[in-house]
Design a protein around this ligand. Sequence first.
Ligand code: ADP
Ligand code: MG
Ligand code: ZN
Length: 657
Amino acid sequence: MNPNQDNNNKNGKPQGGLNIFHFLIAGFIITFILNMVFSSMSSNRKVQIEYSQFIALVESGSVKQVQLEPEQILITLNTDADRESTDEILNITTPDVDDEKLKERMERWNEQIRQNNVYYTGRVDDPGLTQRLIDNNVAFYQPIVQSNPILDFIMSWILPIAILYIIYFFFIRSMSKRMGGEGGMGGIGGMMGVGKSNAKVYNVEKNTGVTFADVAGQDEAKESLDEMVDFLHNPEKYQKIGAKQPKGALLVGPPGTGKTLLAKAVAGEAGVPFFSLSGSEFVEMFVGVGASRVRDLFQQASKKAPCIVFIDEIDAIGKSRDNQIGGNDEREQTLNQLLAEMDGFDSSKGIVVLAATNRPEVLDKALLRPGRFDRRVIVEKPDLPGREAILGVHAAKVTLAPDVNLREIALATSGATGADLANMVNEAALRAVRMDRFSVTQEDLMEAVELVIAGKEKKDRILNPREKRMVAYHEVGHALTTALQKDGQPVQKITIVPRTMGSLGYTMNMPEEERYLMTKAELLAQITTLLAGRAAEEIEFGESSTGASNDIERATKMARSMVTQYGMSDKFDMMSLESTQNQYLDGRNVATCSEATGALIDDEVRAIIKACHEKARGLLEENKEKMSEIAEFLIEKETITGAQFMDILNDSDKLPA
Ligand code: ADP
Ligand code: MG
Ligand code: ZN
């Protein structure tokens, strides 16, 4: 047994969450319920009658046999006896009805009652009973062992609890195996010890092999972490002056931006071991497991110091402890343990705790106070140079054709995270292999970008000719309005090949540069572009299709943000009406205004949408011929490039081949 299991239960709380007492109570309750259910089920067909009825039955010869128990008499009726007298005594009536069928049914019903019911009556002090039974030819007996209270008790109480225990025991066993427990648990001691299982769930890497060079972009984050690396290299330098190093840093940012990678890079740069563990792995079913894992982790870490302890997805345990109904005991204990460990270890030894989260706002304040995760390293989605650099890092691992222009790819992938970009490069390489090529071309990369953004081409989904026309006009509507508005972005590609992620067609725009600010005019131009797909359908077919739902959603979201967050409406001026939650995840907006104002916001949003829709219609009406021309070309080719598109737009006489 591990010695530290016994002595470091610091706060005196019981560690085994599910101990034998809990188990006994639960087992007792379950057994009690089972007993209730069974006894009510078997007494269903028992019918109690009066003693006088019993006597009358005996006298009329309707009783075949009785069982004389100390408390009661169980009666078995004589099936060949005279029905009428039996029925009369037992109040079984067959009403006189004319309907023959109904009567027959009722009789059958009564017969069932007679056969299925067990009649009984309480014992009455009746010395003449025995004689009466003999006189009427009733078989009677008194069972010798009618019931053994001890056996009964064992059968209905001890046995079920024992069975439950066995089930529970095997359940625990398999659970602890899945948790990676070391060997099985023995008997009761094993069960009691579950809470303290020291199953190692964390990873230790002696050398992560990742350096800052592998993390592209993220220069600010690297800068803040540089100091930690230096500290891990030579802690003495800091001790001499008396400077205390921060114990921990919190890496905050959207998923896939390279938080885990950065943490590894810190360890790699410093050349120290990397202990990592995901927050969700701490929290198990059993109270106390998480806490003991935290303890174990820090114990091992302090042996290997200097080192880095990395807790991924820390929000799984570090959630703010208030604002939950009931709370979560296990998580709270784990968190407390983590706080205690962070206070406890001596930072001069050279342990740095890094944690990552994409929901910093839910973290408990206690985690963020000085001395714990007081440093925040923001890991944002990469900007244009950042994306180019990340593409460079990953493209270096594959063979590139000379035509590859990573900047162009970076431009087309605004909003993509590092993980997305890594994925795109890999998809491009896979495509190159599929096409039997030895290097990755620009086309592969562009296809991969589309693949990640819009899903795989779905060539087997056949649109009927009318649908195809509609999709083509819809997409050309988008593309044409973009080109016609001065604040629009150039078109890269239009396609009407359906994609797996649901889109039937697709217009890809390519900004000429990365934008950090958007003007009101540009936002309106974008909304107009989004609504132009539907506008084109209306103009060409006098009809609307369901294909515009995503456009509508995005346009409405933009228009709403203009009103509620960007202060771009006349009515509300610069009033803030919504705030963003979970900014690193879905970025949901929550209204901060009254409901009455909410209705007015809706009016404003509607006005913007309406104006943009009309503008899109106007633009397309004016250029109806161009629209038809491009759309027909698109229907024929299914995919056209931005250059082909511009050719038709600028010179209608000369169709590109
Ligand atoms: P997070 O932990 O923020 O969710 P990860 O660190 O797990 O993201 O990143 C996933 C993958 O994405 C990494 O393994 C790496 O291949 C790639 N990646 C993310 N950001 C970068 C970056 N800045 N430079 C290079 N690769 C990156
Ligand atoms: Mg991660
Ligand atoms: Zn559309």
